[in-house]
Design a protein around this ligand. Structure first.
Ligand SMILES: Cc1cc2nc3c(=O)[nH]c(=O)nc-3n(C[C@H](O)[C@H](O)[C@H](O)COP(=O)(O)O)c2cc1C
Length: 303
């Protein structure tokens, strides 16, 4: 067995496979089906300062090789998380990472500060890339100046590992990556969903209540891989790659492109055990190719 340990700033992961925010609940929902201790990290649902209802239904639509969602960060707010959810997940034998979102710079910082007080949470992932909210969300992640402002404020409030989740809905993703690195991010994760839409020709109406939504799944993998490759060359902090990963081969492509860890999103809906299979598949690949450590393949794409 090769050494699968990888580091995201000060955060140590026992293996590079994580589950992506919004696709694996709080882990609890999957605990009967999946051995959570086999997963490197679980990024929990998007958490905001205040309770959010999310967007009206319909807010999901199937597409060719993927899906559109417009959930809109439905959650009960950070105080509820601290009081009711944290106690139930804090002893899971994996890194539990909280995905933080907000409508203003102050919201992000206040939420991060409340999470900072939780002993057993060693990292947050700051979502400046949600395409499904009216205020904030992707607005912060598509302007280098706004991204820098948010991350400056969060950095002051949060001293553990700070991951920033980037949007692909920009002309140059490396510009945003560099801005958040300069503001103190310990890592960047990418990509969040691509802005898309679907139309029902029978009703001649959009399928989603919000008209547009976020596209995820295998159809976005080539875009995600390109973004990870570009960003890994542009910043010094570790990169976490995601977008359409459904197999060990997909994951290894992201590692070769420069990702130090990967996340699995939509594929959890098809096979809840996919993350454990991907981890095993990476291990087999390393053994079969004579590598002793995952570090020997990270960023080793030969161009
Ligand atoms: C139903 C759903 C909900 C999501 N919720 C969040 C969220 O709360 N915060 C976030 O940063 N990303 C969220 N995402 C984006 C995923 O974490 C991931 O970035 C994206 O789906 C691409 O990965 P995939 O193709 O493996 O699904 C969500 C995605 C889906 C499909």
């Amino acid at each position: 067995m090769a050494d699968l340990t990888t580091h995201i700033g000060a955060l140590q992961l026992k293996n590079p496979v994580m589950t992506a925010s919004g696709t694996f609940g709080y882990g609890t929902e999957f605990a009967d089906l999946v051995d959570l201790s086999q997963i490197g990290g679980i990024v929990v649902k998007g958490t905001t300062l205040h309770h959010r209802e999310g967007n009206p239904y319909p807010r999901m639509a199937e597409t060719a090789s993927g899906m559109l969602n417009a959930v809109g960060l439905q959650n009960k707010g950070v105080d509820y998380f601290v009081e009711h959810i944290y106690p139930t997940i804090c002893d899971y034998d994996t890194q539990m990472i909280v995905n933080v979102s907000g409508s203003s710079v102050e919201d992000y910082a206040a939420t991060a500060e409340k999470i900072a007080a939780l002993d057993k949470i060693n990292a947050i992932e700051v979502n400046i890339s949600c395409p499904n909210v009216k205020q904030g969300g992707m607005g912060f992640g598509t302007s280098p100046k706004m991204a820098e402002q948010v991350i400056n404020a969060v950095r002051r409030a949060y001293h553990k590992a700070l991951i920033v989740k980037l949007s692909p809905n920009v002309t140059d993703i490396t510009e945003i990556a560099r801005a958040v690195e300069a503001a103190g991010a310990d890592s960047v994760s990418l990509i969040n969903t691509l802005l898309g839409m679907a139309i029902d020709v029978r009703t001649r109406k959009p399928v989603l209540s919000t008209v547009t939504g976020g596209l995820s799944g295998p159809c976005i993998k080539p875009v995600a891989l390109r973004c990870v490759w570009q960003v890994a060359k542009a910043v010094k902090v570790p990169v976490i790659g995601m977008g359409g990963i459904a197999s060990a081969t997909d994951a290894i492509e992201f590692l070769l492109a420069g990702a130090s860890a990967i996340q699995i999103g939509m594929a959890n809906f098809i096979d809840p055990t996919v993350s454990v299979k991907v981890k095993q598949g990476i291990d087999d690949y390393l053994d079969q190719n004579g590598f002793q450590s995952i570090q020997q393949i990270i960023g080793k794409l030969e161009v």
